[in-house]
Every structure is written in structure tokens, then in C-alpha cells.
Write a protein that binds this ligand. Structure first.
Ligand SMILES: CC(C)(COP(=O)(O)OP(=O)(O)OC[C@H]1O[C@@H](n2cnc3c(N)ncnc32)[C@H](O)[C@@H]1OP(=O)(O)O)[C@@H](O)C(=O)NCCC(=O)NCCS
Length: 187
């Protein structure tokens, strides 16, 4: 399959219908889900509809946006995923950035490397003008990634209903953003 994006150490590709187990295994680690739903995602979620929705996004946006599996280039091992996606009914030039990596892959700079490459692709190839990313207030690792790629905090968020079991849900979330002009000034 063609790569969506290559970085120095990672290849990002579309998920396929065979990838439900990769996604379920990633979400089975309490450390990964700590600031998300706060609990493992049941295996039937990806088997029955989660993966179908992911694949439908590629169709909808012609492969430009969606959730992309990251593999390390040396071994082809599944590292986790990155998200670059507009809202369902939102404008195509405003997109969300996200990432979820296997715990064994934290602390290697992969999230920052993938996010930087996605911002570059978004602003130089995909006609994007603004990228945002949301995370729980206490998710310091995630906030650090946003800051390292040049995003700045623009607001606070209420905890969404499906994240009430996340650690620190009572503190709500934060939104970070970067515009095309801000990104260009950093290059
Ligand atoms: C959020 C998450 C992706 C961050 O991953 P991460 O590995 O901490 O982030 P980075 O890729 O930026 O790596 C940073 C660390 O790698 C280290 N590092 C090692 N080698 C490196 C290299 N070659 N280049 C850059 N950094 C490197 C850095 O020193 C840094 O360590 P520090 O944070 O202690 O200073 C990860 O914690 C995760 O998947 N969490 C669970 C899901 C989640 O919460 N997602 C976000 C929801 S909004």
C-alpha cells in the first residue's frame, strides 16, 4: 500500500479491514487510555463499527484525511496512529491533529516527529489553514507534543461525556491551535 506520509523514522499508511486487532490491542493498555476514555475499548467496537468508520473517512476525503497507522521504518512494527481530520460537517481547511502511540514507543520523539510532518503536509499540500488539537488538562505528554510542534493553547474545554472516566476528568480539557501563518513563521 502507498504511504500517506514518510518521516525520518516512520511510515504512515491507511488502516485496512484487517487492522481491528492492532487498534484493540493499542486501546487495551490502561496507560494509553488514562486521559482518554479511562478504560480499554471493547474488541467489538473496532470489529463492528470503529474500523468501518475509519475506512469510510478515506472514501469521504479522497485519502487526504483520516486516521493513519504509523509503522517504524526499520522493522515495520505498529507504533500507533496519527489523526489529521476535519470535522464531519466542517470546512476542509480546518483540521484536527491527534496521536495515540503504544506505551513501548513513548519517549522516542515519534509523536513529535509524526505531528511535525503532518503539519507540514497539511499546510503545504492539503490547503489547510488552521490545525487544532484537544487534550485533557492533565495530559502533560500530549500538551508537550503540541507545544514542541509550535501550537499554542487557545482555550479550555468541558470534558466530553465519553471521557468522564479519564483521570483528571474534573479538570476538563485544553485546545491548542496553529494557523498556516504561524506555522510558516516557524519554518
Ligand atoms: C501523547 C503521546 C503520543 C506522547 O508521546 P511521547 O513519546 O511522550 O512524545 P514525543 O514523541 O514528543 O517524545 C518525547 C520524548 O521523547 C524523547 N526523545 C527520545 N529520542 C528522541 C528523538 N530522536 N527526537 C525527539 N525526542 C526524542 C524526548 O526527550 C522526549 O522526552 P521528554 O518528554 O521526557 O522530554 C503518548 O504519551 C501517548 O500515546 N499517550 C496515550 C494516548 C494519548 O494520550 N494521546 C493524546 C490524546 S490528546
Amino acid at each position: 500500500m502507498d504511504a500517506f506520509l514518510d518521516t525520518e523514522r516512520l511510515t504512515l499508511r491507511q488502516f485496512t479491514a484487517d487492522d481491528a486487532d492492532l487498534l484493540t490491542e493499542l486501546d487495551s493498555d490502561p496507560a494509553v487510555m488514562r486521559y482518554l476514555t479511562g478504560e480499554p475499548t471493547p474488541p467489538e467496537h473496532y470489529r463492528e463499527r470503529g474500523l468501518r468508520n475509519i475506512l469510510a473517512c478515506y472514501e469521504r476525503w479522497g485519502g487526504d484525511f483520516g486516521l493513519f497507522a504509523a509503522q517504524d521504518k526499520d522493522h515495520g512494527a505498529f507504533v500507533g496512529w496519527f489523526l489529521l481530520c476535519p470535522e464531519q460537517e466542517g470546512p476542509l481547511d480546518e483540521v484536527e491533529l491527534g496521536y495515540r502511540l503504544r506505551q513501548a514507543e513513548w519517549g522516542r520523539g515519534y509523536a513529535t516527529e509524526g505531528s511535525k510532518a503532518l503539519l507540514a503536509k497539511a499546510f503545504t499540500e492539503l490547503g489547510v489553514r488552521r490545525v487544532w488539537a484537544d487534550t485533557m488538562s492533565l495530559n502533560d505528554r500530549s500538551r508537550k507534543v503540541m507545544e514542541k510542534v509550535g501550537m499554542t493553547m487557545t482555550g479550555t474545554l468541558d470534558t466530553p461525556p465519553d471521557m468522564r472516566k479519564a483521570e483528571g476528568a474534573e479538570y476538563g480539557g485544553v485546545r491548542y491551535e496553529i494557523t498556516e501563518q504561524q506555522w510558516e513563521r516557524l519554518q
